[in-house]
Design a protein around this ligand. Sequence first.
Ligand SMILES: Cc1cc2nc3c(=O)[nH]c(=O)nc-3n(C[C@H](O)[C@H](O)[C@H](O)COP(=O)(O)OP(=O)(O)OC[C@H]3O[C@@H](n4cnc5c(N)ncnc54)[C@H](O)[C@@H]3O)c2cc1C
Length: 415
Amino acid sequence: MTEQTNTSDLVIGGAGFAGLALAIALVEALGPQFKVTVADPALGSAQSRDPRASAIAAAARRMFETIGVWQAVEPQAQPMLDMVITDSKLDDAVRPTFLTFEGEVAPGEAFAHMIENRHLVDALVAKAKELGIELRATAVSSFAYPQGAHAAPSRIDVLFADGGELSTRLLVGADGARSQIRERAGIVTYGWSYRQSGIVCTVAHERPHNGRAEEHFLPGGPFAILPLTGNRSSIVWTESTADAERYVALSDAGFHDELEKRFGLHLGEIEVVGPRRAFPLGLYTARTFIGERLALIGDAAHVIHPIAGQGLNMGLRDVAALAEAVADAARLGLDVGGRPVLERYQRWRRFDTAMMGIATDSLNRLFSNRSDVLRLARDIGLGLVERMPPLKRMFIHEAAGFTGDVPKLLKGEAL
Ligand SMILES: Cc1cc2nc3c(=O)[nH]c(=O)nc-3n(C[C@H](O)[C@H](O)[C@H](O)COP(=O)(O)OP(=O)(O)OC[C@H]3O[C@@H](n4cnc5c(N)ncnc54)[C@H](O)[C@@H]3O)c2cc1C
């Protein structure tokens, strides 16, 4: 890099939820003099084509509120008021309910809200622009340490696909499951593909869902009906990857028939609105979340099965933890990309991430299984949880994101 290379305090590769939320949290906490740059080729396209919607846990919602983003998306967010879980074969005439959750973590505060991804990303981009965060519509293509740097370089030089360069104290890889930043840093991942895909689409229905989420454990895998605003729901339908591809490729009428078999008729006539897409599912964790002047957050650090709707919520826990570690260091005049900051972040997040990976993996194995014996065992288990209110309360608290060592932003406290 040349003498005139531009500088930034922090560079984030990836403008998904994790990258944008981190940039906003830091500039809100440290002011515009703390220069943050976010780069992502997707920033160049006018509209997100992501058909997914996400369950935003109460803790993550508090963080969005604290960083001034929730206010913009609230009209498009549907509170999840209760949840019903059933376990049956596809052709069973009735699906007995094994578990119900009614979900408020505090009076008037739902344990989760459903929101379409495109609305949330739009609101995050608008907030980042309002705060003067530099947004570059290009990819991070590589990075290097200044020539002559010894064991602990004081900066990292970031190169972009458009030919631009920036020298910074910390590069954050928020570039998703197939993170090139992680790969370039030589950080390997552990894990496996489930050979399952989640078919995602939005459905309009005749009758209101009344804020109820449904998870039907069918032999092919979990089938979730998640309430959106209006008489609409978001579907996450798990099948083996081969079957998922076959269903997605069906004619509109054929897809509707297969969907209706699983959805049922309790909400009246259904109609698929918008695109349908299958997302391959896997469980991956990066061997380390940190490198030399480098941190990984969100799906770049870990990917889990969407069975419990927790992937993004885990990424937002990374955001809250890293933002707190960086803001604390900056206020003390310490190096924001130094080892102590990165190690504090990694200690905070790795154990929790491993636990969530194991929990979602076990749930998926237990429920994506055609064995009648296993089915009996899990139905007894669900029935027991149903009869134990304290256990149910614990699950609601876990789903809301309030267990463990919760970073400030997730408690709704400013940094
Ligand atoms: C079917 C399905 C349903 C889900 N439902 C839920 C749910 O209900 N609740 C929940 O909490 N989670 C859910 N998840 C998980 C959630 O969607 C992800 O965890 C979340 O999107 C990850 O966000 P991210 O910001 O880490 O990465 P991403 O959203 O993948 O963003 C990464 C960004 O990086 C950019 N990028 C890539 N390479 C580069 C590069 N070299 N330089 C710069 N930018 C780059 C990409 O363009 C992209 O914009 C679900 C996942 C699936 C598959």
